[in-house]
Design a protein around this ligand. Structure first.
Ligand code: MLT
Length: 341
């Protein structure tokens, strides 16, 4: 079922945070008894990582993977808060307007580059209202369906949706979400317009797909891998040039006859524009440590993805990526003639 509440109880990543706090108090990790601050006093209270989609979805999963090692490096506590709605634009807007003190951080993905072309009244400007912290990971997508859906291959799926366009339901996480973008590319490639069912995240969407309440969707391997391996959903293809090592039996869209459907979901961390540079630097350093953490590398590999190279976990590389992607997807969306509002 679609989730209605905009907020999820914030879950606190404390294990490492408490250890660092105690270490700091005993004088081994930092200078003050209050927050285990190391240099400059930051952080000296909880840091909130905002995820603009529902708990349990791919964006939430990637955030929680890196939050623990980042908290350890920063010597503080990280609280993950889900602020859903409108394809990720509600959460992004709230972070754009948050106090620029380093205590509110946004995890977002390719949706940061699609929103400007989709939302005429977007209440933030991605390149002007945020500081980039660094890129995190680039996740393949999968085209998946409920396990009893008739089409057996991607080509059969295209034929089926052409013949039954008014009846087939395509789930996504709202206009501007990665799942929406991938669905748009699929419909353009197949030459159809389907009935889209928006959720506040692909976590709940996948639950309904497994339950048979919706027919198919595009979603990231960080969400679908477990259900594909368990045989709970049918996987037609991965949307990357090469097969995904952890899903060896799933063909690429090129192998499956739909080479136009290529997309992978890049993720980055953002803070409000006026956040002090030394705070941004501490966050970037903590991000690099997290991406080099073997546990994170292994978790990501199991879910079909990998950390970006260290040289991409920087504000400069992140800004360049966002600039290029706004241009790329702006054109695709204009050609498709899609608008959210
Ligand atoms: C998306 O489809 O953009 C996101 O992956 C949704 C989510 O993280 O729930």
């Amino acid at each position: 079922m679609r989730t209605t509440s905009r907020y999820r109880a914030a879950r606190v990543i404390t294990a490492i945070g408490v250890v660092s706090l105690v270490a700091a108090c005993s004088g081994t990790g930092g200078s003050t008894a209050t927050g285990g601050a190391t240099g400059g006093g930051y952080p000296d209270k909880n840091i909130t990582f905002v995820v603009p989609f529902s708990a349990g979805g791919p964006t939430d999963t990637v955030t929680r993977m890196i939050a623990e090692p980042m908290a350890a490096k920063l010597g503080g506590k990280i609280v993950v808060q889900n602020v859903e709605g409108a394809g990720g634009t509600v959460g992004a807007g709230e972070v754009a307007r948050a106090e620029p003190d380093g205590y509110t951080v946004l995890m977002h993905h390719i949706g940061m580059s699609t929103a400007p072309a989709l939302y005429q009244n977007l209440d933030y400007k991605p390149l002007e209202d945020f500081q980039m912290v660094g890129l995190v990971t680039e996740v393949p997508m999968t085209v998946v369906a409920r396990k009893d859906f008739a089409p057996k291959t991607l080509q059969e799926l295209v034929a089926h949706v052409k013949a039954n366009a008014s009846k087939v339901t395509l789930a996504n996480a709202g206009i501007g979400a990665a799942s929406h973008l991938c669905g748009l590319l699929f419909q353009t490639a197949a030459g159809v317009k389907l009935q889209e069912v928006p959720y506040e995240g692909t976590g709940p969407a996948l639950t309904d797909l497994v339950g048979g309440q919706v027919d198919f969707m595009c979603d990231q391997t960080t969400n679908t891998s477990g259900q594909i391996t368990a045989g709970e959903v049918k996987a037609y293809a991965v949307t990357t040039p090469e097969r995904v090592k952890s899903l060896p039996d799933v063909p690429t869209t090129t192998e499956a006859g739909l080479p136009q459907l290529q997309v992978s979901v890049w993720h980055g961390l953002y803070v409000p524009k006026a956040t002090p540079p030394d705070v941004v630097q501490k966050l970037t350093e903590a991000l690099k440590v997290a991406l080099a953490d073997q546990k994170v590398i292994d978790q990501m590999a199991k879910l079909g993805t990998a950390p970006v190279p260290a040289e991409d976990a920087t504000p400069e590389a992140h800004r360049a990526k966002l600039q290029e992607q706004i241009g790329t997807w702006g054109k695709v969306i204009a050609d498709a003639g899609v608008k959210a509002s």
